[in-house]
Write a protein that binds this ligand. Structure first.
Ligand code: DX5
Ligand code: ZN
Length: 225
């Protein structure tokens, strides 16, 4: 399995001081940027102009999580902005294969997200079109929710399918990730971890990132042994 990545979510950061907040997580693998349109999810955050500015000043690559309707129409512009990884929701895309190909053609990694109750099975044949599968471990829309253990079997099934096919798709989990829940998610097969409140709720976000990475790596190593 590939490397364990920690991607802090700036949803829990101070939005008035984003540049300084990005510097506090410079030891992370990427910064997770939650784009919400108050339509696909009942919350509103930020859009392309702000993402472009974050892209310009961030010391680490961007991992954009688009919780927006009509992803086919809006997602490609995030790839054009230079975002390293663009994730759209399967539930919001009319033509997910076409969209994933378009993101890759524009130089971005292609990610696809599934809400907790969306099964992975209908999408197994298109995993080779993706660089990352995001399995939501809370209902998307808000930070600070509790990790849903009901998503663990889906993570296991996705990991088994990926290993079985020999394709290199990362499995990201997002929502309720702490030093405790990261162990269960890593054991189930996730290898990219988003954490908002666990990172920015810590007095030193960089320390929180190191603690999460150590916990995730230890869990992945014990699973392989
Ligand atoms: C929720 C967002 C998450 C959120 C995670 O819809 O997609 O990225 O920021 O926050 P925590 O880690 O606090 O659950
Ligand atoms: Zn997210």
């Amino acid at each position: 399995m590939s490397q364990c990545c920690i991607n802090p979510s700036i949803l829990s950061a101070d939005f008035v001081n984003l540049e300084a907040e990005l510097q506090r997580i410079s030891n992370a693998d990427a910064v997770h940027v939650d784009v919400m349109d108050n339509h696909f999810v009942p919350n509103l955050t930020l859009g392309l102009p702000v993402v472009q500015r974050i892209q310009a000043v961030s010391p680490i690559p961007l991992d954009a999580h688009l919780m927006i309707s009509d992803a086919d129409r809006w997602a490609p512009a995030y790839a054009d902005a230079g975002v390293a990884s663009v994730t759209f929701h399967a539930e919001a895309a009319m033509a997910p294969v076409k969209l994933a190909r378009e993101l890759r053609a524009r130089g971005s990694k292609a990610g696809m997200a599934l809400r907790p109750a969306t099964p992975v099975e209908p999408f197994l044949d298109m995993l080779s079109e993706l660089d990352m599968l995001l399995i939501m471990t809370v209902e998307p829309g808000f930070g600070g929710q509790s990790f849903l253990d009901i998503t663990l079997p889906k993570i296991r099934r996705a990991r088994a399918a990926i290993e079985g096919s020999g394709i290199g798709v990362a499995i990201q989990v997002d929502g309720g990730i702490t030093e405790e829940t990261i162990v269960r998610a890593a054991e189930a097969g996730a290898n990219v971890f988003v954490a908002g409140s666990a990172v920015y709720g810590h007095e030193d976000p960089a320390v929180a990132i190191d603690l999460l990475r150590a916990a995730g790596q230890a869990a992945a190593a014990s699973t392989k042994a």
